[in-house]
Design a protein around this ligand. Structure first.
Ligand code: NAP
Length: 303
């Protein structure tokens, strides 16, 4: 039996693990894919207090090592369900069942797909959701980035240093991204903004992306942009259906929890981007880690 099982090894989950072990609790972190969560794919972080500049990979790796060095155990197993037996939480993974006094759900969110017919099949052949992972394959080539949030704008800035041409396709003419990153992108002379436009088709040749067709929302005019790569950065969607029996989910699938990270079930907490919240930032994910880690430790002590 563990005191605390944390589901998800992103910023919120690893921060929760740090607070849990430092409160003297046994902590198991379960992660379905790889540590780091969304931030591991961010080329540059410049808005985390006291860290002027770092990469998402460096940030996530430091955080991961910090949690492990302090005593958190990490296992790569996907959690498929959680059930209750009195006060005990039974966490079922694709391999085993773990008993815990408290559970922290820090499941974050996954990349939202565009939903175009050949998008899935072209992943790895021109379609990507991660500029830092795949950008280097497009050295000297033309690429498109779709989206107007921080991820899209930061990805486009990163790609502008590698690719010959970067089209930034966004469905509005205003950006959701922070002003500072938009200003930095606008300084790049190989970037073209295609605004008020949606991608309506991904063109392929020999099983690889050869272009995208964009449609202007106002004029309905369509044009084809010849690109070898399409980076989709249109936000995230939560993935919490496995926990629907023990927590309440809102219409969009986020776990209903307030700033205290408490869910409808005592001893089950939700932290980070996967819960209902106003501001989804690295620093708020880390903050949720602290809140939920301390609350879970206190819950264990009161049992
Ligand atoms: P986001 O802020 O939710 O932005 C998603 C973008 O995609 C928006 O511009 C949205 O357009 C567009 N979009 C959504 N659905 C679409 C669709 N079906 N078709 C076309 N466009 C669509 O997502 P994000 O950029 O991935 O960022 C997620 C969170 O992480 C944000 O809070 C962000 O600030 C944070 N983040 C922080 C950092 C950092 O701190 N360095 C880095 C990356 C991300 P509309 O604007 O029209 O809605």
């Amino acid at each position: 039996m563990y005191d605390i099982v944390v589901v998800g090894a992103g910023t919120a989950g690893l921060s929760a693990a740090i607070y849990g072990v430092r409160a003297g609790k046994s902590v198991l972190v379960l992660e379905g894919t790889s540590y780091g969560g969304q931030i591991i794919n961010t080329p540059e972080i410049e808005n985390y207090p006291a860290i002027k500049k770092t990469s998402g990979f460096e940030f996530a790796t430091d955080l991961f090592n910090q949690a492990k060095d302090l005593g958190a155990k990490v296992k790569y197993e996907k959690v498929v369900s959680i059930s209750l037996k009195g006060n005990i939480k039974k966490v079922q993974t694709d391999k085993e069942t773990y008993d815990a006094k408290a559970v922290i759900l820090a499941t974050g969110a996954k990349n939202r797909p565009l939903g175009l017919p050949n998008e899935k099949k072209l992943v790895g052949s021109g379609v990507s959701y991660c500029a830092t992972c795949d950008g280097m394959f497009y050295r000297g080539k033309a690429v498109a980035v779709n989206g107007g949030g921080n991820t899209a704008i930061e990805d486009a800035t990163f790609l502008a240093n590698v690719a010959s041409k970067v089209y930034v396709i966004h469905r509005r003419d205003e950006f959701r991204a922070e002003e500072a990153v938009v200003v930095a992108l606008k300084k790049k002379d190989n970037v073209e903004f295609v605004l008020n436009s949606n991608i309506v088709e991904i063109k392929e040749e020999s099983f690889a992306v050869s272009g995208v067709v964009v449609e202007d929302k106002n004029t309905h005019e369509k044009r084809e942009l010849a690109v070898d790569g399409l980076f989709v950065a249109i936000g995230q969607v939560p993935d919490n259906n496995a926990f629907a029996d023990v927590v309440e989910l809102d219409k969009a699938g986020y776990i209903v929890a307030g700033e205290d990270c408490k869910t409808k079930t005592e001893g089950i907490f939700a932290a980070g981007d996967g819960r209902t919240k106003e501001v989804r930032q690295l620093v708020t994910a880390a903050g949720d880690g602290a809140v939920s880690g301390i609350a879970a430790a206190k819950y264990c002590e009161a049992l």
